[in-house]
Design a protein around this ligand. Sequence first.
Ligand code: BG6
Ligand code: MG
Length: 214
Amino acid sequence: HFDAVIFDLDGVIANTAKFHFLAWRQLAEELGIHLPDEAESRLKGLERMASLELILAESDAHYSETQKQLLADKKNKHYCRLIETLTPMDLLRGAGELLEQLVIRDIPVALASASKNAAAVIERLGIAERFTYIADANRVQNPKPDPEIFLMAAQGLNIAPAACLAIEDAAAGVESINRAGMFSVGVGNQQELGEANKVIGSLNEFSVEDYFKS
Ligand code: BG6
Ligand code: MG
């Protein structure tokens, strides 16, 4: 049995992956780069600058570091405009119910999100007060798959990593959890998330009784 849960945000709790993709696609169009649909899964979970590099790799043009920073800022403006429309309806299947069950059972919950917009997103989804601790993407040195962000979340909760169960939708995130020495649950398909200790199709399938004492 475990003592705490650490959640990834985008693609686990929040239906925001589509907004990240739309914002990148808008930027790509402005640069004359075609972003195919299949790029959406390759972008999943990648932090902001790594995502930009992946997009710029589709073009022959050279961009300086300053230009790259401006492009990343531009994408973020597009993204921030898109998430203004977020409401509790954009919680992914089972997320609201699971968070509620954990709070009822007094199980501490933390967030480990690569997004610098995480605080704004959970605020709009109406779940900000569910989290005891938020691992701040702004303070993390090494992005997922490095374990740093999950270890920071465990430390913030004051719970040993081995007593934490963590949930991710991206392969890099699952690797990060495993390297942190936590139990990993992947939300998505088995093929993509095969490294996880347990794979489920959606949070609806997660049963609190299996992992936590009542
Ligand atoms: C991750 C998303 O949670 O955060 C990625 O899955 C995103 O798509 C990354 O690129 C960084 O987010 P942001 O909001 O800081 O640009
Ligand atoms: Mg994610």
